[in-house]
Design a protein around this ligand. Structure first.
Ligand SMILES: Nc1ncnc2c1ncn2[C@@H]1O[C@H](COP(=O)(O)OP(=O)(O)OP(=O)(O)O)[C@@H](O)[C@H]1O
Ligand SMILES: [Mg+2]
Length: 319
């Protein structure tokens, strides 16, 4: 049985709008944030959830985590209906939101953790073991005594993340956990998440606008556009389906090179600083490379598969 399943989940918000000329008249209209979302996720999967701003990702995660009721549809996570907020369900799941604080702002991290231990009734030995492991992997030993409000964004995020794993959740919803973080902090967070997935078989749904997070952690991705699921499959297939293209990069060393590049007969090309980029369909690759190789020297040309970011941009641009 799937550990997470949803059936035609729909969420409508009431959108209020005001006309500045008639300030006392409020217009109300329905806004569909999530529309008929079906989903099945097996235990131990790490699923990436992609979509442009306002696509409905956070709304859907709030429904699955029980923060919000859907307007219609059904869902079961570990056999529980999330929005019934059964205590047994809440003890086995976690939601981490990069945009929101969940820990107590004025308390040192360790005090918040001790409170959570009491709330979740975590046995001492398990609590200590989990805390020690996280201190190590997330490199946050020095942070325990620090108040949350005095921490940097990256430090705070590590503490928030650690807090969400103290009670050994089996399903974790991650909503942009690496937002605004530098490469080093994001790397240690990814390493930690990967470990929890591989060793503890924790099931994850992750939303992130950083494609690096998705590429490193998720085999399967869901794409949501205007509340509707438009793709559910492997990242690999997504690349094949939307980008049979090759990417040809030409290093442009001077103005002359830029002019030559601009005069190439290829249509889909752009210049980014000192790089010329061409997206070539496989069928036209022979023709294009012939022309490029005749105008530029070999050591300045790089041919690779189109990158995931480009694919995502293409998909979101399409609808
Ligand atoms: N509480 C709310 N009341 C009214 N409308 C809302 C509410 N929360 C979200 N919305 C609207 O629902 C739509 C989906 O929002 P949601 O936050 O789920 O998007 P998202 O995919 O998480 O976007 P982002 O990538 O920007 O976080 C948006 O149009 C948003 O304005
Ligand atoms: Mg969001």
């Amino acid at each position: 049985m799937a550990i997470i399943e949803s059936n035609k989940i729909t969420k409508k918000y009431i959108k209020t709008s005001y006309d500045i000329r008639r300030p006392f008249r409020v217009e109300r209209e329905e806004k569909v944030a999530v529309s008929g979302f079906d989903l099945e996720i097996e235990k131990g999967e790490f699923v990436g959830f992609l979509g442009s701003n306002g696509a409905g990702k956070t709304t859907f995660l709030k429904i699955l985590s029980g923060i919000m009721h859907p307007t219609s549809g059904t869902a079961k996570v570990m056999g529980y209906t999330p929005w019934e907020r059964d205590y047994r369900y809440l003890r086995q799941m976690a939601i981490v939101m990069g945009q929101k604080n969940q820990l107590w702002w004025d308390l040192p991290a360790i005090d918040s953790y001790n409170l959570l231990q009491a709330i979740y009734d975590i046995p001492d030995s398990r609590y200590k073991k989990n805390l020690e492991m996280m201190m190590e992997v997330l490199d946050m030993k020095d942070l325990l005594g620090k108040r949350l409000r005095n921490m940097s964004l990256g430090e705070r995020m590590k503490c928030e993340l650690a807090a969400s794993f103290l009670h050994d959740p089996k399903v974790v919803f991650l909503d942009e956990p690496t937002i605004g973080l530098d490469v080093v902090s994001s790397r240690s967070i990814r390493k930690f998440l990967k470990m929890m997935n591989e060793e503890q078989k924790c099931t994850f749904i992750l939303t992130s606008h950083y494609i690096g997070d998705i590429e490193e952690l998720c085999k399967r991705v869901l794409i949501i556009t205007k509340g509707e699921k438009v793709y559910d499959g492997t990242l690999l297939k997504l690349k094949e389906r939307y980008a049979p293209n090759k990417r040809i990069e030409v290093f442009l060393q001077n103005l002359e090179d830029k002019k030559t590049f601009a005069h190439l007969s290829v249509k889909e090309k752009k210049i980014e600083e000192n790089k010329g980029i061409i997206y070539a369909d496989k069928s036209a690759l022979g023709e294009i490379t012939k022309e490029v190789f005749s105008k530029f020297s070999l050591e300045n040309i790089l041919i690779s598969d189109a990158d995931t970011e480009e694919i995502i941009r293409k998909i979101f641009g399409q609808k």
